[in-house]
Design a binder for this molecule. Structure first.
Ligand SMILES: [Zn+2]
Length: 371
């Protein structure tokens, strides 16, 4: 297996600002959790472990305006461009989503990185790919940046796969701990993109992502939400994979699977309350790889989203890269023994009820392949 790694140091120079949290004169400024460090340290462990040598490193090309406009409105692009030209600032309406003077250029490069990954996978240059770029994308809607996200990188990549490579059906399996609201809004009435989001119930955005939000019109059934309760562990996530993700993908028959991959469902993350370990991410990655092999010649692209705990995120990512590339390093995750022993790692009844509700929605409105 060859795994493509889309990376450039320039993406680490995205300026996410220095203020995150509710507006209050009493909140002392602190480093933003969406930092270069939380991504660079992934690269550091890949390098230190030797896994870097097994990856095919790919330099991202900027997204074209045409590619961005398949997802975002012209007015929104102009707003981001103008904010950067003013020297940067907050681009979101509510949440603190900040860009610097280089913000437009780097957001265009992050979206372009996702496109580069799709090109490399569909052309057969690599078997699968991981896009480790900033700013992240899965909260970005058509005309609004949110939750540290500027352009919806995964959505831009899905539309590129359709428009340029002629794919008819692309599936998104978003396992960031927060809701994939951007894809839900962008693809709400579109049966050509299956948007699955596994997230912590009402974490962010707090008003969206319920199990009965299922798409509309021709897209009814093609939005799938699994809002797991806080405290969910590997048992709950694997139940979702087996009882919702696998049947949904088999009904939909995607030609490409994109995973908006956050590591903030990891056990130490400051911005979510889930319990996943490095082994959980390895299992989930192996699971979705098997589905990609069964359904779409293994075509699989991971696009980095959240994941903020500086010490543990690199180990969650390393396990994911080991699974994707098929190369096991000698590294042992030092956080694993403590967390694997937690009793709440097993599927709990109140979590099983959510999984069953999502599976029932799937039976009521099956996202069947439309040709
Ligand atoms: Zn997140």
């Amino acid at each position: 297996m060859t795994t493509g790694m889309i990376w450039t140091e320039r993406a680490m120079w995205h300026d996410s600002g220095n203020q995150f949290g509710p507006h209050s004169p009493w909140l002392e400024p602190a480093p933003h959790p969406e930092s270069a460090d939380s991504k660079r340290r992934i690269r550091h462990l890949l390098d230190a472990s030797g896994l870097s040598d097994q990856l095919a490193w790919i330099r991202p090309a900027p997204a074209s305006e045409e590619a961005l406009l398949r997802v975002h409105s012209p007015e929104y692009l102009e707003r981001i461009r103008a904010t950067a030209e003013r020297g940067g600032g907050n681009i979101g309406v509510k949440a603190a989503t900040h860009i610097g003077a280089n913000g437009f250029e780097l957001a265009v490069l992050a979206a372009g990185g996702a496109i580069s990954a799709v090109d490399a996978v569909i052309s057969g240059q690599v078997d699968n790919a991981y896009v480790l770029m900033r700013p992240p994308g899965h909260h970005a809607e058509r005309s609004e940046g949110k939750g540290f996200c500027v352009f919806n990188n995964a959505a831009v990549a899905a539309r590129h796969a359709q428009a340029v490579h002629g794919l008819q059906r692309v599936a998104l399996v978003d396992w960031d701990a927060h809701h994939g609201n951007g894809a839900q809004q962008i693809f709400w009435d579109d049966p050509s993109v299956l948007a699955i989001s596994i997230h912590q119930e009402r974490a962010f955005p707090p008003t969206i992502g319920a199990v009965d939000e299922n798409g509309a019109g021709a897209g009814l059934g093609y939005t799938v939400n699994i809002p797991l309760p806080p405290g969910s562990g590997e048992g709950a996530y694997m139940a979702v994979m087996e009882d919702v993700v696998a049947p949904a993908l088999r009904m939909f028959e995607p030609e490409l699977i994109i995973v908006p991959c956050g590591f903030d469902a990891g056990h130490f993350d400051p911005n979510a309350r889930m319990l996943l370990t490095s082994e959980s991410f390895r299992r989930m990655t192996v699971f979705v790889m098997a589905l990609a092999a069964e359904l779409c010649q293994g075509r699989l692209v991971f696009v980095h989203e959240g994941g903020y705990h500086l010490q543990s995120v690199p180990f969650l990512a390393l396990a994911t890269f080991e699974a994707l590339s098929g190369h096991r390093t000698e590294v042992n995750d030092p956080f694993l023994p403590t967390m694997q022993g937690l009793p709440m790692q097993q599927l709990q009844p109140h979590q099983a009820a959510v999984v069953e509700a999502a599976a029932a929605m799937l039976r009521a409105h099956p996202p069947r392949a439309k040709r």
